[in-house]
Design a protein around this ligand. Structure first.
Ligand code: CP
Ligand code: NVA
Length: 308
């Protein structure tokens, strides 16, 4: 059994195999009704718990549909409705759930919650987002880039905005898949130094550039995300908006990237804050392919976890 906790904790060979399998599974069901099960049913007889301590649209629906397409069943659980939200320990919750289900996906706040769940569960645990990382999203993003532009190895990815959890997983992917990464944003919202060092130690260029126009020169992909994440205090909103306004992805900024550069956003977006609608709905944007690919990429992640 394998946990899927983070991209930097998973081997390059396994990551590559998951992306390739996700693409093959997507191809195999092209044109089929969404509710129709796959021809192959690797999760037949399997029960999957999907735990949400934060809101979700994409993660919730894509995991649920993905499990069903592979012949399994799901339990979608809200953290606040469980005893977990009322004082039961994570370790006890993990041990109990492991007696009922074959796989656990959890979206939570602190990374420690995820790690404790993985330590005490006797079934695989998948990271559905923490305050610190969002690996399933970036698996879908790598798959999406490669569908449109071929191998991501050697390309240049630029993150413009808040150096948050999604940015962190992109930096892990830079090291693991071998692409260069530039962060552009205000210093107070820099990504964690540990992730910069991780990418650099893996032998790729990982730069911090305060000037967004300079940052996007030669970019093959520009990525952004909300300026205020679910774990950020509401009181941070006004300051962040003022700090991040110069890093908005708009037509003017896009002009300085490579002409065939792609634009990604994990969604949900605050249109005309971090990116203009012109960019989100324009020819560079692949945001809805990214959303779709959550389904296919996570199906491969679940198969990897269960050894199927
Ligand atoms: N991108 C993403 O994880 O979306 P949800 O918050 O809707 O799951
Ligand atoms: N950075 C965002 C991602 C949402 C999918 C958040 O954590 O709220």
């Amino acid at each position: 059994m394998n946990h899927f906790l983070d991209i930097h904790k998973t081997s390059q060979a396994d990551l590559r195999a998951m992306i390739d399998q996700a693409r093959a599974m997507k191809d195999a069901r092209r044109g089929q009704p969404k509710g129709m099960a796959d021809a192959e049913k690797p999760l037949d007889g399997h029960m999957v718990a999907l735990i949400f301590e934060k809101p979700s649209t994409r993660t919730r629906v894509s995991f649920d549909v993905g499990v069903r397409q592979m012949g399994g069943q799901t339990l979608v659980l809200s953290g606040s409705d469980m005893q977990l939200g009322h004082g039961e320990t994570i370790a006890d919750t993990a041990r109990v759930l492991s007696r009922y289900v074959d796989l656990i996906m959890i979206r939570t706040f602190e990374e420690e919650t995820l790690l404790e769940m993985a330590e005490y569960a006797t079934v695989p645990v998948i990271n559905g987002l923490t305050n610190r990382t969002h690996p399933c999203q970036i698996m879908a993003d790598i798959m999406t880039f490669e569908e449109h532009r071929g191998p991501i190895k050697g390309k240049k990815v630029v993150w413009s905005g808040d150096g948050n959890n999604v940015c962190a997983s992109f930096m892990h992917a830079a090291g693991q898949f071998g692409f260069d990464f530039t962060f552009t944003g205000p210093q107070t919202l820099d990504p964690e130094r540990e992730w910069v060092d991780f990418a650099r130690n893996m032998g790729v260029k990982c730069e911090i550039e305060r000037d967004p126009v300079k940052a996007v020169e030669g970019a093959d992909l520009i990525v952004t995300d909300t300026w205020v994440s679910m774990h950020d205090p509401e009181s941070a909103k006004e300051r962040r908006h003022n700090q991040l306004r110069p890093y908005q992805v708009n037509a003017e900024l896009m002009k300085h990237a490579n002409p065939d550069a792609l634009f990604m956003h994990c969604l949900p977006a605050h249109r005309n804050d971090e990116a203009t609608s012109e960019i989100m709905d324009g020819p560079h944007s692949v945001i809805f392919d990214e959303a779709e690919n959550r389904l296919h990429a996570q199906k491969a992640v679940m198969r990897y976890c269960l050894g199927k």
